[in-house]
Design a protein around this ligand. Structure first.
Ligand code: HAX
Length: 440
């Protein structure tokens, strides 16, 4: 077995023993209760899942295995001379639960390089879609075509022992992550760059190679990709993309099927597609106002128009967070360092000063602050990546790190098929009238 696989298995065995003990002694302890409002309104605040890779605090934001984003920027290995963390290091941290050494991160880079071959039928499948197909549809279709390569599906068909599920799932996770930059870059070049493709560079790190294959050789863009791939990787377990991957995986659908399902969720405008919606919204605002440098008053008017049209302000609000998203702040810091005078980036900062008090004044929005998606597009546009429909694909490549590390844990912990109880409104009414329990 590879060294990282060994370390993961040793950690998972220790965790399994610990969890067994915890459940033996405390398995009946209640960790919450569910109200009728929660059952009807998106299950907000119900603690009912275990995800080992990261934990979200409403005030403070995300921590990956206990480390905040600024801590990751300080402690994770970087490319020589680089300032942003290598996503390879974050993956190691989420999978093994410990900070990687530089050697560990470089080892993952070379493993992913080795496993990055994408069979031709995947490209042919993507090519069969009309060119105006949304890049996320092409991406998920490509991942589904790649499912022919699943080790787990093959091993399951042969009759693998359930104690060994984690093993081919681990291999699938590594293979799939290794191959995603190629698929993403292929879609980008096919749709926007005349179908002129760029071969991978075997000397580059995972995120640097993605930038290269997309056609962006600027070193500060590569740095942005390293940061981007790190901060979008995971946001605990209940968000749509992570929860869906976990849920579908619980049916023992292989990692390709599970991840593709999760990414169909990421492609929704209230989740990952919000990154394209933000830039689209700003471009439309610029067009309507006839300026690429709107004042705060003009922005405020445009926000009111958006709200009056029964639409959400994209990039603002969150189901769990109650403060400015530290992923927004990390991108703002990047902007201040690399492009302080960029007009679009400055507009994003003006929107940040304008939107929260307006949303607050509505009296119903629980979090008026910006989320990760409010900032990412403007940084990409700065480097010439203006094709905003592609943005969610970048998010999806990054999100693979978190959801697939979690899938390895799910199978190593032997988590069962997920199946919460649902009720009908008829049953609720009967229960309210005292005619029997609804949760039997
Ligand atoms: N603009 C306008 N209204 C908003 C709003 C926003 N940005 N955010 C919330 N609201 C509204 C809701 O639509 C809801 O209105 P109704 O009662 O009329 O239905 C009300 O405020 C209460 O919602 P909430 O409890 O504050 O928010 P939810 O937990 O239901 O939803 C969302 C969280 C992120 C979906 C929501 O804030 C939203 O739609 N934001 C804009 C889209 C967006 O940026 N999504 C990306 C989120 C981060 C992410 O997952 N990235 O991938």
């Amino acid at each position: 077995m590879g060294i990282i696989k060994d370390r993961f298995k040793a950690k998972a065995d220790a965790a399994n023993a610990e969890i067994k003990d915890i459940l033996k002694t405390h398995g009946n302890k209640k960790i919450g209760e569910v109200t009728l409002a929660q059952a009807y309104q998106g299950m907000r605040g119900i603690t009912g899942l275990v995800t080992e890779t990261s934990l979200l605090d409403a005030q403070e934001g995300i921590r990956f295995r206990g480390y905040s984003i600024p801590e990751l920027q300080e402690k994770l290995p970087k490319v020589p001379g680089g300032g942003e963390p290598l996503p390879e290091g974050l993956f190691y941290l989420m999978l093994v639960g410990e900070l990687p050494t530089e050697e560990d991160a470089n080892h993952i880079t070379s493993v992913w390089q080795r496993r990055s071959h994408v069979p031709n039928h995947v490209f042919h499948t993507i090519d069969a879609l009309p060119i105006n197909t949304h890049p996320m549809t092409m991406f998920v279709t490509g991942v589904m075509a790649l499912q022919t390569e699943s080790n787990f599906a093959k091993e399951y068909a042969k009759g693998i022992n359930k104690k060994e599920y984690w093993n081919p799932v681990y291999d699938d996770a590594m293979d799939l992550i290794a191959r995603l930059p190629r698929i993403a870059a292929y879609i980008y070049r096919r749709k926007y760059k005349n179908n002129e493709h760029i071969q991978p560079n075997g000397l580059l790190d995972w995120a640097g190679n993605l930038a290269h294959m997309m056609g962006y050789e600027n070193e500060s863009f590569k740095e942005l990709m390293r940061l981007y791939m790190t901060i979008h990787a995971d946001h605990e377990g209940g968000n749509v993309s992570a929860h869906t991957t976990h849920l579908v995986g619980s049916a023992l659908s292989d990692p390709y099927l599970s991840y593709a399902a999760g990414m169909n969720g990421l492609a929704g405008p209230l989740h990952g597609l919000a990154n394209q919606e933000v830039i689209k919204w700003i471009f439309e605002m610029q067009e309507q106002l006839g300026t690429d440098d709107p004042t705060k008053e003009q922005i405020a008017d445009y926000v009111q128009k958006t709200l009056a049209g029964g639409k959400v302000v994209p990039g603002y609000g969150h189901a769990v967070l109650r403060k400015t998203d530290p992923r927004f702040t990390a991108q703002m810091e990047f902007g201040k360092k690399h492009m302080p005078d960029d007009k679009l980036v400055n507009t994003v900062w003006k929107v940040y000063e304008t939107v929260p008090p307006i949303l607050e004044s509505l009296g119903k929005v629980k979090n008026p602050w910006p989320n990760v998606d409010a900032h990412s597009g403007a940084l990409l546009v700065h480097y010439g990546l203006v094709e905003y429909e592609f943005y969610t694909v970048l998010f999806a490549v990054s999100r693979a790190l978190g959801v697939l590390a979690s899938l390895c844990w799910d199978r190593a912990l032997g988590l069962p098929i997920e199946r919460p109880k649902s009720v009908t409104t008829e049953a609720v009414k009967e229960w309210l009238e005292g005619k029997g329990e609804i949760w039997e």
